[in-house]
Design a protein around this ligand. Structure first.
Ligand SMILES: Cc1cc2nc3c(=O)[nH]c(=O)nc-3n(C[C@H](O)[C@H](O)[C@H](O)COP(=O)(O)O)c2cc1C
Length: 395
């Protein structure tokens, strides 16, 4: 087993590593997950967050390598979701005299609802001395649950950021500069796209709140700790939370007999012909959480479905439902709906209505094709792409 790791003098990583989790509440986690918890040895022995219940054995073993777990005096619950709080009842049993703190009122109420445990509430601006160090709390509601908060230790210039700045990335390495940088930022972006995306305004507020803090280390509750690339990840969060897009097209489709696929390929080629990077994704082959990752910074999004039993294909509907929930501020994006049909073009029309409801700019009406795409239809698609690009350039 990987031992507890000292991340600063007397501050230890004691979390769990979930090497083989591949689907985490509908999010494909191809690199696994870590549940990070941290132990501070001070006059009051303090635990920052816990681990998913199924990882409580390794979590307790790691704490035991550093200190007798029954000696824990203080537990901070930055977030009540059970991947971080699942081992709280066990800690409460092992260290019954520990004082547990969570954000008030949401965190306090959620812990009671999950575990029937009464805890102390803290609010933004509250501080708690644990000896040589003082913990300061900043509530960051809806980044990504109502209870979220971060804990700052000024003496260490250390921010325990919980889910913010996290990545689903199982590794024996604990720091950003010890792992492949491209993979690290890809996983940070995928995490943002699938977890934090609906909460851009709240993330902006949280970024402003922590902007005044002197930070040399950000220790999230998932993945690697940031110490070498803090300005870079802060810049990413600034861009992602303000929904910045770039000249990039994502074409998403499903197809039974390749007609809609042929249309999707034509659209892709039309973007490439205009020197715009394009990504072609069949929803059968790509997980929706990866499609959202690709889509997050794309200015152009084309979605295609044929008609099946008077509807769009369920795979495409699933993707659109997922996108709707993540509400990625599509008003900055130019959309296109397309698809094939046999006798009534209801599938592509439904796609169009969905994109319209999600506030995409739609300069071109839905493009439908009865049965197999004709040469004229393929030309119409090329023209549509050029219209989309003009629309963007005029804005
Ligand atoms: C099981 C099945 C159900 C279909 N239902 C409809 C329908 O309700 N309305 C319609 O217009 N076409 C329907 N079609 C025809 C397809 O939409 C048509 O073959 C289309 O060209 C398929 O596009 P694709 O090659 O992209 O899959 C159906 C086809 C299949 C195989």
């Amino acid at each position: 087993m990987l031992n507890a790791i000292e991340i600063k003098p007397d501050i230890w990583w004691v979390g769990g590593i979930d090497w083989n989790e591949r689907l985490f509440h509908g999010y494909s986690t191809e690199r696994g997950i870590t549940y990070n918890a941290y132990l501070i040895l001070d006059e009051k022995i303090t635990l920052i967050d816990t681990a998913k219940a199924t990882f409580s054995d390794e979590f307790i073993q790691r704490i035991s390598q550093v200190v007798d777990p029954s000696k824990i005096d203080v537990v901070i619950v930055n977030h009540v979701e059970m991947d971080h709080s699942g081992s709280l009842p066990l800690i409460k049993k092992i260290a019954p005299n520990a004082t547990i703190y969570a954000g008030a009122p949401a965190g306090v109420n959620e812990i009671k609802a999950h575990f029937g445990i009464e805890v102390e509430g803290v609010k933004t601006g509250d501080t708690h001395s644990i000896g040589r160090r003082t913990l300061s709390f900043v509530q960051t509601p809806m980044v990504h649950w109502p209870d979220n908060m971060v804990t700052y230790v000024a003496e260490e210039k250390l921010l325990f950021s919980n889910d913010a700045f996290g990545q689903h990335f199982a590794t024996t390495k604990r720091f950003d500069d010890e792992v492949d940088r491209c993979e690290l930022f890809r996983q940070a972006k995928k995490y943002y796209a699938n977890i934090v995306l609906p909460y851009g305004a709240q993330t902006q507020r949280a970024l402003k709140q922590v902007a005044g803090l002197d930070i040399e280390m950000i220790a999230p509750s998932h993945g690697c700790i940031w110490r070498s690339f803090i300005p870079e990840i802060l810049a990413c969060y600034e861009a992602w939370s303000t929904y910045q897009t770039e000249e990039k097209a994502v074409i998403v489709f499903d197809s039974m007999w390749h007609s809609t696929e042929k249309m999707a390929r034509e659209i892709t080629d039309a973007f490439i012909a205009e020197d715009i990077p394009a990504v072609l994704l069949d929803v059968k082959a790509s997980h929706i959480s990866d499609i959202i990752l690709e889509m997050m910074d794309a200015r152009y999004v084309a979605v295609g479905s044929p008609t099946l039993n008077s509807n769009m294909l369920p795979t495409v509907a699933g993707f659109l439902t997922y996108m709707r929930g993540l509400s990625p501020n599509n008003s900055m994006r130019i959309g296109l709906a397309f698809g094939s049909y046999g006798w009534a073009p209801l599938g592509p029309k439904q796609v169009y209505t969905e994109l319209e409801n999600m506030k995409f700019q739609l300069p071109v009406p839905v493009i439908t094709q009865q049965w197999i795409p004709s040469e004229e239809k393929l030309t119409e698609l090329q023209v549509a792409v050029r219209t989309m690009i003009e629309e963007s350039r005029q804005a």
